[in-house]
Design a protein around this ligand. Structure first.
Ligand code: ARG
Length: 257
């Protein structure tokens, strides 16, 4: 067959494979925990942004919660992501968890120790998010909250994404990371676990397979599912178009919980 025809037939097949997922996820909310880590080069980031634009364009409802690299101004990062989306004619607004009283926090005191302005989320008020979604904006949310005295606190981005996804009863929550997903042997990507239910995830925690940096992440995933999120995905953000590959294929590319 002509190479050109072969190529476009393949494209048609990809689109057809995506059809059931497009149907399932249209008008559903996907919270994306977006990590602007160093590992995300300019080119890769553009692909990530395009994935979000595509999701939005077909009627999926993305919400972005972002983490920020150490030393980078959170608000600048926040507006930068909104700008990248706007460059694709996609309505986006950068806000933080203080806006509209979205994220109420209390001071975190691990073992009674004062570690500064770091907060634990007490409650989520989704009114601002609902308003933005009604008006077709993608909310880009910096994980910052406020206590009842009006003081400002930093919040762990995973915790914020998880609380927001639970608060809004999102269909999906996707964590963009710099690892493949949950692996039976973290040093060997070929041991990636593609799907985990809650019982299996808890077992892997008990047996110590899930440990280190993956442990709080998976605990957050479990918490999100328990608070009503349909499915949580841990994805390797270094894979170009990881969001589309996960959401619009049967097997995906990361770990789905
Ligand atoms: N595309 C489907 C979804 O988004 C299935 C994804 C499966 N992913 C996986 N890592 N096994 O729900």
């Amino acid at each position: 067959m002509d190479r050109y025809l072969e190529n476009i037939e393949h494209k048609a097949a990809v689109l057809c494979d995506a059809l059931p997922y497009i149907r399932d996820f249209v008008h559903k909310v996907i919270v994306i925990e977006y990590d602007c880590g160093e590992w995300l080069s300019g080119v890769e980031e553009k692909k990530m942004i395009k994935d979000i634009v595509l999701l939005k364009s077909i009627g999926v409802i993305p919400i972005v919660v972002h983490r920020t690299q150490m030393g980078v101004d959170k608000f600048r990062e926040n507006k930068r992501i909104a700008k990248l989306l706007e460059l694709y004619d996609t309505k986006a607004i950068g806000i933080c968890g203080k806006d509209g009283g979205m994220l109420q926090v209390e001071k975190k005191m691990p073992n009674g120790k004062d570690i500064g302005y770091v907060g634990d989320i007490k409650s989520v008020n989704t009114e601002v998010i609902d308003t933005l979604l009604e008006n077709d904006f993608i909310p880009i949310i910096a994980p910052i909250g406020m206590d009842d005295k009006g003081d400002t606190y930093n919040i762990n981005a995973d915790d914020a994404a998880c609380a927001i996804a639970g608060g809004i009863r999102a269909e999906k929550l996707a964590f963009l990371t710099d690892v493949e997903g949950v692996c039976m042997n973290p040093k060997d990507p070929s041991t990636l676990v593609s799907v985990l239910n809650l019982i299996e995830a808890n077992k892997l925690i008990e047996s110590g397979v899930i440990s280190g940096g993956m442990l709080p992440k998976v605990n957050n995933c479990i918490h999100a599912v328990n608070s009503g999120v349909g499915r949580v995905h841990i994805l390797d953000g270094r894979i170009p178009h990881c969001l589309l590959l996960e959401i619009f294929t049967d097997k995906g590319i990361g770990t789905a919980i």
